[in-house]
Every structure is written in C-alpha cells, then in structure tokens.
Design a protein around this ligand. Structure first.
Ligand code: ADP
Ligand code: MG
Length: 662
C-alpha cells in the first residue's frame, strides 16, 4: 500500500458567479515513504493547488486522496485538523515564521497546539534544531536570521510532530545557491530516514537532486520519472522508534491548553504593547467611573447614617404607632406646622405592649411619651419663658454621653436642651423651673428642677426646643388632673448591639414604625440609592464605548495577523484554538482594564477623601470591595463578549487564502 495516493483528483476554483477555473485535471499519482519528489512546472500550472490539497488545507475537490489507505476527503473536521497537525508538515517559500515569536516558540507552536508539556516540547525542539545546526539561535527572533537559517527553522517546525509527509512549496525559491544546497541536503536526509518529501520547485538543478521528478502543466501530470532510489536504511530505525514517537505526538496529543493560549496571547500583546496599553486605559475609564459613582453614593450614605446614629443608643430600639392617615409621613418642615397639637399618633394599648415585649432578645420595655407642638407647652424661669416644641419622657435612649452638663433627670427633675437653656438665660442647672402643659382646655403648672443640659442629635435636634422628664412624673401630672397618660412611643432595650437590626426588623414586621430618625434614614438611603444607580448607569455608557473600541482594535488585529492565522492553521490549529487565542487576548485586555480601573479608583478615592477631609472632615468616597470585584468582572465579561466577534472572524479565515496574503 502506498503512503499517499491521489485518484481522479479534480479541482475547480470559483471565479465569479458560475464561472469556474479547472486548476487540477484528473490527477492520478501515488507516492511512497522514502521518496524525495520534485514537482516542477510553469507558474500557474497548479503545483501549489495540488500541495494544498495534499496538505489538507483545501477540502474543496473531487476524487480520492488516500493517506495510508484512508480517504482524507472523508475525514471529519477534527480528524482533518489532526491530520494537518501530525501527519503532514508544511514548508513554504517565504518561510512563514511568526515574527513576534522566538525561534524556539516558532518551532514548538505545533506542539503547543497539541498541548504537549513544556519540558517535552523544548527537549524535542532543541533536538531537531541542533540536528539542523540551529542550536545557537533558539532565542532569536526570525528577523535576526538569514534566509537559509529561516528556512531551516521552518523545516524544524514542519518536523516537530514527526509527520510522515513533508510538503515544501518552493522551499528554495528565496534562497541563494549555497543555502539552496544546504536545505536540499536536509530534505534529502529527511526522505532517507523514511519520510515522504514532496517539493515544488522551478529549478531543474534542484529537481535533479531528488529521487523522482513529476512534471505538471496546465493542471495535468505530463511526466513522472524515477531518478534513483534511496537505500532504505531507514526501515529498521523507522519501524520501531519513529512509529512510537508518531503515536505520542499524533494520537495522544490533545489540543491547545488554556494556559498556553494565555501565554501565546501575552506574546502577541507584547508585540503591540503601546496599542494594548492605550486600549486598556481606555477600557478602564468606564470601569473607574462606575466604581467611583457607586462609592460616592456609599460615602454619602455612610456619612449620613453615621451622623444620624451618632447620638442614638444602639441598645435601644424605638417603636412608634403608625398614624391613621396612611400617607402621612413625618413632617420635619417646621414652617408648615399649623396645628398646635401635632401628635396625631395613636397610643400603645396593653395588647401592643404585650406583643412588643415578646420580641426575642428584648430585655426590657419602656413606655414613653413625646408631644411635639407649638405653643401648648412651655417653661418659665426667673421671668423668662421658653416654648417647648418637644416635650418627651426620658428613656435609656438618652445616656450620659448625650449630656453637655449636669446629669440625667431623677424624679421631680427635668432635662432641657441647649436652645431652651439659652432662652432661659443659660445658668439654669440645679434651678427650679415651671413647666406649663396644656391638658385638655387648661394649662397645668408643675415645678421641676433642671438636672442638666442635653446636646444630642447634632444640629438637627438642637434647633427644636426640647425638654425631657421621667414617665412617672408626667403620668402623675396627668393623674392629678383627672387624665390618663398613654404611651405613644415604646423603647425596647436589648443586651447586645448585634440584636438591634433583628429587633428593628421585627418591630416593622408587627406593623409599628421605627424611630423618626430611622424612617428618615431609610428614606434618605433610598433616595441616594436611586441617584447612585442613575449616575452609575450614565457612567456605564462609557463601557459601551470601550466595548466598541475593543471590537474595532481586535478586528484590525485579525486583519494584520491574517497570515499568522493561516500559518497556525496550516500547522494544524483548529478553529477553536484560533478563537481561543483571540478570546484570551480579549480576556487579558479585560483584566488589564479592570485592574487599571480599580487601582485608579482607589487613587482617586484617596485624593478626593484627603480634600473632603480637609474641608468637611468626612470621607466622601468609600469603595467597597464588592465594587472593585464587580468592576473587574464587568470589565472581563465586556471584553470577552466584544472579543467574540473578531475571534470568530479569525477562526473562520480560510488557511489557503490567509497564507497567500503578503
Ligand atoms: P502554481 O503552480 O504557480 O503554484 P497555483 O496552484 O497557485 O499555481 O495556481 C494554479 C492556477 O489556479 C493558476 O492559474 C491560478 O491563477 C489559479 N488559482 C489559484 N488560486 C486561485 C483562487 N483562489 N481562485 C481562482 N483561481 C486560482
Ligand atoms: Mg505556487
């Protein structure tokens, strides 16, 4: 059985519409191991076309092309890739080395595509390169070699997977006569060792060195002469060791691994370093804006919540009755207050108190009463008078830390805030003051001692003239005037801060409201969230821009590297491998953009916070780790999605046409 047999091969090229060009006409020929065949013929006679068919680069023909008795026209795509990868080796006139890869990488790439381990790859490549006298050149780039050396590298690359057939399309066409002889000698050696070498040439001199000369004209074989036979010294060696080797690389070899793909991509990207740096910076801007917008929202929210909770005892949870009117929210705008009595809140009944006290982790429950009004309550001292906008009972909510002066009120005492104290002349701690409460239609006067000055809640609550007294004292005042005090606020105490959120949640679940501060905080948080998301969405528009940028740059890259893609395909890369290399590049761009974006965000955060700390004593921008991770992921996903289109285009390139590209 012949190694390679062509039966009735016909090949037509489509020219335009239904116009076809008959390039190979009824070719019947067979070749054997250990032959060095020269194919000669005029330019345009169909030599390259024939080589591409034999090499499995072009499957669009009729007839049978048998290799070891197997018709390669009937192979599945995957098998055909494997055939190119391990059964044939290609050598081209123009060397077709990949310029940005070292000699070693150029030679090993075919093994990289088979996912052979790095160590094995290098060992095998060094072996072959030193056989061809190139052991000192392995770290050079192709441009640093002479033509003869380049062609020897190309031969080494063709031999790396130990193929049975070497196809050389005018391998000496670009070489001077001295190096031509060197390369011929090498090809002869290869044939002598039992391979089939088919070489296209123009030169009669070159042809005369081969064992057989096939003449082709106008797509037909016009002569086929055997000149001599190599002594088949190879048979022994070949049958045992080489066959085993062939199995190792050809059959057990897998496909391009992810890590190799990343390494290849990195080498490609290094070649166009400036472009890729700018691309990454461009991509990072969108990521950075989104991260910064989210972080700005977070910073503002954090600042607000901290301010709101600064003076609140975290161990006390406030519960309020919801008002009758569903839509009536807490109205903080003092100027709109018209009614003297604003407390339209319902009171807590025993059943409510019962329900609240049963919440888990509540250690104590306190009754409270708060009256917010204009004109109904006031304080008199030493001929001076102050309105009380808020008259409230004291609870554990107010602690020593809220006091500016004095102590918390005991029985018969009251706590007033700074603005009330100022109104009464300032020096009132320890003094007796008169509290006037409007109860029903009459004003009730009670003498109380000022125990201290409260200064809690920051600016917000200090403008509200407030006084605090014990629940029992207020209850007594009501009782003395034939009235009953019902709590309109309940304070739930707990033992550990960690229970607070859960208790707050439960209070809401039972249908009560939290403290006015809590309600305001959550309202404000919601507002900031909306603004943050809107701003982030606007910032995200720049992500679309960077996606388009990546698509464009990668399309350009595919066009630039068409030839390289053709070479890799000729060596046996599958579509999937090509796609993988490009998607990997997109992935790396995504990683770089993301990392630059995150790092830049942190730097900008530092800058802004330094400034805002100087001016307002706050951190305006607070990046959370999830934002950084989110930014990085978004960057990678967008890049990879954008890379898919160009990668597909690259994968679909026709190898024959790509190789013809200059
Ligand atoms: P050569 O013997 O010089 O290598 P080729 O095999 O490259 O010749 O080409 C054989 C013939 O087929 C030429 O006439 C060429 O014009 C034609 N041909 C080659 N490739 C194509 C193609 N892609 N489309 C149309 N015609 C082609
Ligand atoms: Mg040609």
């Amino acid at each position: 059985m012949c190694l390679l047999e062509l039966k009735n091969i016909n090949k037509y090229y489509k020219i335009s519409g239904s116009n076809k060009f008959h390039a190979i006409k009824d070719v019947n020929v067979s070749f054997n191991k250990g032959e060095l065949v020269s194919i000669i013929g005029e330019s345009g006679s169909g030599k390259s076309t024939l080589m591409n068919l034999i090499g499995g680069l072009d499957s669009n023909y009729s007839g049978e092309l048998l290799v070891n008795g197997k018709d390669i026209g009937k192979l599945r795509k995957k098998e055909l890739d494997k055939y190119r990868k391990s059964t044939v080796g290609f050598v081209f006139q123009s060397f077709n080395l990949i310029s940005h890869l070292s000699i070693l990488d150029n030679v090993t790439i075919a093994m990289t595509l088979s996912n052979v381990k790095k160590k094995a790859r290098i060992k095998r490549a060094k072996e072959i390169l030193s056989e061809l006298g190139l052991e000192n050149q392995i770290n050079k780039k192709p441009s640093q070699l002479s033509g003869g050396q380049k062609q020897r590298v190309a031969i080494a690359r063709a031999l790396i997977n130990n193929p049975e057939i070497i196809i050389a399309d005018e391998p000496t066409g670009s070489l001077d006569s001295k190096t031509t002889m060197q390369v011929l000698e090498i090809l002869r050696n290869i044939a002598e060792k039992g391979k089939l070498v088919i070489m296209v040439t123009h030169s009669e001199k070159v042809a005369s060195c081969s064992s057989r000369v096939v003449k082709i004209a106008d797509g037909k074989i016009i002569s086929d002469d055997e000149i001599f036979k190599f002594e088949n010294t190879y048979e022994l060696e070949n049958a045992s060791s080489n066959q085993k080797r062939f199995k190792f690389f050809g059959i057990r070899g897998k496909n391009l691994g992810i890590i190799s793909a990343v390494k290849l991509s990195l080498k490609n990207m290094k070649e166009k370093l400036t472009r890729n740096i700018f691309l990454s910076i461009g991509g990072s801007i969108g990521i950075m804006s989104v991260i910064l917008m989210l972080s700005l929202g977070n910073g503002v929210k954090t600042y607000f919540n901290k301010t709101m909770n600064n003076y609140v005892n975290p161990l006390v949870i406030e519960a309020n009755m919801p008002s009758d009117e569903d839509d009536e929210t807490i109205n903080l705008d003092v100027t709109t207050i018209q009614k003297p009595e604003l407390n339209k809140q319902k009171s807590f009944e025993d059943a409510d108190i019962q329900k609240l006290s049963q919440i888990e982790n509540v250690s104590k429950i306190e009754k409270g009463y708060t009256s917010i009004s204009i004109g109904s309550n006031s304080l008199n001292y030493d001929g001076k008078s102050s309105n009380l906008m808020r008259l409230s009972t004291i609870s554990s909510n107010i602690t020593e830390s809220n006091l500016q002066e004095g102590s918390l009120p005991k029985e018969g005492e009251m706590l007033i805030n700074k603005s009330v104290s100022d109104k009464l002349g300032g020096d009132v701690v320890g003094k007796k003051v008169t509290l006037n409460i409007l109860l029903g239609q009459k004003v009730v006067k009670t003498e109380l001692t000022v125990s201290g000055i409260e200064n809690a809640g920051g600016d917000l609550s200090s403008i509200m003239k407030s006084a605090f007294l014990n629940y029992s004292d207020l209850e007594k005042i009501y009782l003395d005037n034939n009235s009953t005090l019902k709590p309109n606020v309940m304070y739930l105490d707990t033992t550990n801060e960690k229970y607070t959120p859960q208790i707050k949640g439960k209070v809401k679940e039972l249908g009560y409201l939290g403290s006015s501060q809590d309600q305001m905080t959550s309202m404000f948080n919601e507002m900031i969230n909306i603004v943050t998301y809107v701003l982030s969405a606007i910032a995200a528009i720049s992500l679309v821009v960077s996606a388009i940028m990546i698509v464009v740059v990668m399309y350009i890259s595919v066009v630039e590297r068409t030839k390289e893609i053709g070479i890799i395909k000729a060596i046996g890369a599958r579509r999937k491998d090509i796609r993988r290399i490009f998607v990997c590049e997109a992935f790396l761009i995504g990683v770089f953009s993301g990392v630059i974006g995150v790092v830049a965000s942190y730097l900008i955060m530092k800058g802004i916070n330094t400034m805002s700390n100087k001016l307002f004593n706050i951190n305006l921008v607070i990046i959370r780790r999830v934002y950084a991770v989110f930014g990085l992921c978004v960057s990678i996903i967008i890049s990879m999605l954008s890379g898919l289109l160009p990668a597909n285009k690259a994968a679909k390139l026709d190898p024959v046409e790509s190789l013809r590209r200059e």
